[in-house]
Every structure is written in structure tokens, then in C-alpha cells.
Design a protein around this ligand. Sequence first.
Ligand code: PGA
Ligand code: ZN
Length: 356
Amino acid sequence: ELRDVDGHVSRAIENVNTLIKPEIVGIDVHDQSQIDAKIIALDGTVNKSRLGGNATIGVSIAAAKAAAKTENMEPFEYLRQLASIKPSRKVPYLYLNYINGGKHAKSPIAFQEHMLVPDTASVTEALEMARTLEKTLYEIVAKKYGADVASEVGDEGGYVLPEGTHETPFELSAQAIREAGFDGKCFIAADIAASSFYEDGAYVMQGKSYSADELREIYLSLSKKFPILSIEDPFFEESFEDFAKLQKETPVRIVGDDLTVTNKSLLARAIGMGSIRAIIIKPNQIGTLSETLDTMHEARSRDIDCIVSHRSGETNDDFIADLAFAFGCFGLKTGSLRKPERVVKYKRLEAISLLS
Ligand code: PGA
Ligand code: ZN
């Protein structure tokens, strides 16, 4: 994505108005492939770095939303006309991020996201469970570290721990599940984002260096102790082999995000090497809706699950809920219920799940 030096997106907006607009005005909004082909050709880079993935995806999704409106359809219904993708579940699991670390929080915890995933097919029940879990976790964090710490909010709405090891967030999550009365009814998931603590061939956590083999042992041991559903980016973003080694030794879903960046060729490589069983789908990471659907289709045709995801920087747009629901994706990963731009997406998922 294209950001200004201060984090704003005025350059991306400018690109929409001055570069993309003249290329696509006049094309029928139903012609998603032509609109996206124009955008791709105009950008001309492999990663939308000229126009910005945030600029291109905004236009691409706006076209789909407008087309849905002219048909009197909900976006998820219209999406089903654009692609046929094999579902993983009737309704996606909610991946609620409740303890932030890594680059998303001022915390010594190296792993980036620790998520609670209610094991239910009802979004309403999942959200009720999430509220109870959030309250319980608040009390646990406040008791352990003080109310000020418990009030802190990481990028994706999680609690921010001032101390502890890589095991602490899993212990606190398991404690919250137990105390809330959801034992056996809630999974834990993690996004390690290991590239963020990979330095010169080793993984550095709290001043200590770990090899890929040592890190793999840590994941295997965590998976034995805790009800872990999936582990995202357990190694740095080019280590297809280390991903594969871990995936071979565990039934837990190993997930590619930084590894695959919603890109069909990288997905094909990950599938070929047996690196993953699930892929994170971030529309702005690839930059157009057509390419997003293409990657999802490819994943599902090879039995790889899709987890549709927000970004650490987000808007109030709720389109990803429609995307995850339209194709019965495995998960929707969009932070906690402590930040409004995350809540809108869960609320939208609940609303559309009640329509059908
Ligand atoms: P990002 O993080 O939006 O900062 O890339 C989200 C993730 O890693 O899943
Ligand atoms: Zn990630």
C-alpha cells in the first residue's frame, strides 16, 4: 500500500482521482475483469507499488459494490456471481485478536497476534462468547499488570502485555477460556509474523537467539499444551522449507501470510512444497478483486483454507465480511471488539449470516 510519510493516504487518493479514474470511467461496473485488467496494466508493477494496493483495491471493490447495488443484491450475493469457490465452512470462524505483540504493540512479546476463536457456527454466539472472553481477559490482565495496562489497546485492538515470555499470551488466553466457562468451546490461534524478529539467519526474542529448529520445537510444544487451531507465518517470509517441515509434524493448520501475500504464484509454490494448509487473504495485499478471487479459487481447488483478513491499519469499510461469507471461508480475522473499525466487520458478518 501507498502511505504518506505521516501515515496518511493522500497520495493513494490522488492516484485514484488523477490516474485510475480516466482509465476506467465509461466501463460497465459489471465488467470486473476489464476494470481490474485496466488497473493492473496501468500500475505495471508486480506489487502495485506505483499506484498503491490501497488505491487499486478501493476502486476495484467500489465497482463490485456499485454493480451489486444496480442488481439490488447484497455484495456477498453479487460476489458469488463473479466466482465459484469451494466453501470450507457455512460461516467463517471469527479470529478475534486479543493479545498484541511484535510490531503491533509496545511489548516485549515477539509473536504479533494471539487470537481467540470461538468454536461455533453461529456468529451471534461467537460474538457473545467474545464479549465474555474480553471481560474475563481484562480482569486477568488488570489483576496481573494493573488497570492502566488493561486499558491499553494494540493496533488490532488487543491487550498489550508489558512483560512475559512467548508462552504468557497462550497461558492467559487459556486461563480466560477456562474462567469464562468455554473449555473445549474455544480455540487459540497465533500470527507469529516471524519476519519481524528474524535477524541474520536467526530468530531473536528478548535478546535470545533461536534457530528454525528450536522455534519449531516451541510451536510443537505450544500445540501440545494449548488448543491451537492455526499458526500463521511461523518462520520468516522466504522459508518455504521450514514451514513445510513444521506442517509435516503437526495437524495444526500452518498459515501463509507474509509467505504468500495473497499472490497466486507464491501460493502455488507453498502448495508444491507442502508449506501450508491455509492462506491469509488480504485484498489490498494483491490489489484487485479479480486477483483476490483468483488466489482464493486456486487455494480452494487444492484444499487450502482461506482466512480473510483486515490489516493493522484499517478503514471502517466492511467488505471483507461479505468476501469471507460469500465463499464460506474458513475464517474472518479482523481484530478484537475493542476498536470500531474492527467491530463493523464482525457486525456485518453477523447481519449477513442471519439473512440466509
Ligand atoms: P499487517 O498485519 O496488516 O500489519 O500486515 C496483519 C497481519 O500480519 O496479519
Ligand atoms: Zn500476518
